[in-house]
Design a protein around this ligand. Sequence first.
Ligand SMILES: Nc1nc(=O)c2c([nH]1)NC[C@@H]1CN(c3ccc(C(=O)N[C@@H](CCC(=O)O)C(=O)O)cc3)CN21
Ligand SMILES: CC(C)C(=O)C(=O)O
Ligand SMILES: [Mg+2]
Length: 264
Amino acid sequence: MKAVTLQTLKDLKARNERFSSLTCYDASFAAAMARAEVEVILIGDSLGMVLQGHDSTLPVTVDDMAYHTAAVARTNKTALIMADLPFMTYATLPDALANAATLMRAGAHMVKLEGGAWLAETVAQLARGGIPTCVHLGLTPQSVNVFGGYRVQGRGDAGERLLADARAVVEAGAAVLLLECVPTDLARRLHAECPVPVIGIGAGPDCDGQVLVMHDMLGLHNGKPARFVKNYLGSGDGSIEAAFRQYVAEVKDGRYPAPEHAFA
Ligand SMILES: Nc1nc(=O)c2c([nH]1)NC[C@@H]1CN(c3ccc(C(=O)N[C@@H](CCC(=O)O)C(=O)O)cc3)CN21
Ligand SMILES: CC(C)C(=O)C(=O)O
Ligand SMILES: [Mg+2]
């Protein structure tokens, strides 16, 4: 696969073609994802839960994120590499710029931030400084204590507010949007009007890309998996690489996500 850039994602969107994304935190899995041609790798702050064993993403630091981003970037030279800015590391503009720079130096090609319209100035300043952003909307796990749990977001009036947030950050220069755990109809409406690529997780099929936490799609989770999770281990020859390949194929041909992976 040729190296994936933001332009690649724009070209795929223009042709209404789907692309795949998985979280990844280390060099060996990153190499397998290169072989399986996963287009976008996310070094997610979910590493606080799946690697470190915390019960939320809040304890994760920029140094944690830089360590895992560097490991991934050493062995995967083809995916577009996106890294999460962790909890409270972009609450002020100077912090956002300095912390995003740390992740870019570690090997990220773009950073992801959770929030809405209030991020507009941050997104604009990062873009001016040469750092593309993905804005994560809907179920933003860094706000789990505000939500009171990991629950579907954007039902009813909250859906209109989410659309307004999306418009504000795109206007400010967000390069990509990520929609987590929102009703399929809301994702469809946003996707229909959005000029930049939209990645979904638990947002139904009408997104440009899909993302899953790697551990989830390999069947490793503590307790009940979220509705959007599909286990790909056991695909093909049973290897981890075959699981990645099957996921990529199913995202591209629309078999994933099926209605049972989405919220009506
Ligand atoms: N392993 C893992 N997978 C993830 O997808 C993930 C993490 N960790 N850590 C950070 C966040 C937390 N996320 C979560 C966690 C739980 C649900 C969940 O259980 N959702 C319910 C929604 C119930 C409802 O409101 O109707 C579900 O049934 O899917 C969703 C996303 C997504 N992220
Ligand atoms: C669930 C995805 C979108 C994420 O932000 C993460 O893995 O941290
Ligand atoms: Mg995250």
